[in-house]
Ligand binder design. Sequence first.
Ligand SMILES: CC(C)(COP(=O)(O)OP(=O)(O)OC[C@H]1O[C@@H](n2cnc3c(N)ncnc32)[C@H](O)[C@@H]1OP(=O)(O)O)[C@@H](O)C(=O)NCCC(=O)NCCSC(=O)C[C@H](O)C(=O)O
Ligand SMILES: [Mg+2]
Length: 299
Amino acid sequence: MPASVRPRRSALYMPGSNARALEKARELDADVLILDLEDAVAPDAKEQARAQVLAAVAAGGFGRREVLIRTNGLDTPWGHADLAAAARSGAHGVLIPKVESDEAVRQADRLLAAHGAPRELALWVMMETALGMLNAKEIAAASPRLAGLVLGTSDLAKELHAHHTPLRLPMITALGLCLLAARAHGLAILDGVHLDLDDEAGLEASCRQGVELGFDGKTLIHPKQLAAANAAFAPDAASLDRARRIIAAHAEAMARGKAVVLVDGRLVEALHVAEAHRLVALAKAIGAEAVSGTDLPAP
Ligand SMILES: CC(C)(COP(=O)(O)OP(=O)(O)OC[C@H]1O[C@@H](n2cnc3c(N)ncnc32)[C@H](O)[C@@H]1OP(=O)(O)O)[C@@H](O)C(=O)NCCC(=O)NCCSC(=O)C[C@H](O)C(=O)O
Ligand SMILES: [Mg+2]
């Protein structure tokens, strides 16, 4: 499945040290699972979490879900061993935190290759520092193994001394830089987490904003956040209906030798048709996966 139509509406973090969460992940309606060895795991539990995550990935049973392992940073006591272990774990991807330069991406790439990672193992990077944001363009272009960017808005807010506000204005420049870099280089991009587990309206608004900005999906910290992200990042019935009508009307216009047509009073050109095809393909992929339940090959 091309990366652009693989559904990544919801990406749920879970601590690698939490056996119950890893078990539960096999039945949750998440498109992506991020098995975390970094911030959700206490220093004393790092080795145990790594072993537990490797065992869980080897055991499989995650079905259609895309499985990423988030390692510790390569400048920490655990980062290299995490990366070496993830290289041949069978996960779909490895997510490196706090990446700040293109050289950091290439270093991770070299280490993965040195540890026998298959070519299909995807590299993902967390964008969550001021320097990382300023280098987003170079980071996004650094390796053919790179598949996506994940926003780390909690670390970013801490670095910027910024506040978490409903409209996320303090973050908007950073979100925009990452979106530009990801789209310029054909990468997937996932939005940051919503920390308040009791704020359903805030989560929905944040998902909606993520959709409007152009993210593929949202990272989440609790299963109760899955439904909101899955609903927001899937094309709704009205958008799908319009997409299908755009495709049909434009094909008819082209057959009459015209490159433009009006649909519901709005101008439609080839660029709108391309976006309509993307929406239809995404909806099909979501529908197909919802009923398949079988293990997907690595993207
Ligand atoms: C926040 C939590 C610690 C809450 O956990 P808990 O108190 O166990 O919640 P519940 O009792 O409501 O749980 C109900 C059931 O759901 C399971 N559960 C809970 N969370 C998860 C999860 N994330 N994945 C899978 N399953 C989960 C519980 O086991 C319960 O199951 P059952 O026994 O059947 O009832 C907890 O949610 C949690 O640890 N969340 C993840 C935290 C995390 O991973 N943080 C790090 C990533 S965020 C980050 O770092 C962002 C980025 O880097 C940045 O800078 O922004
Ligand atoms: Mg972080």
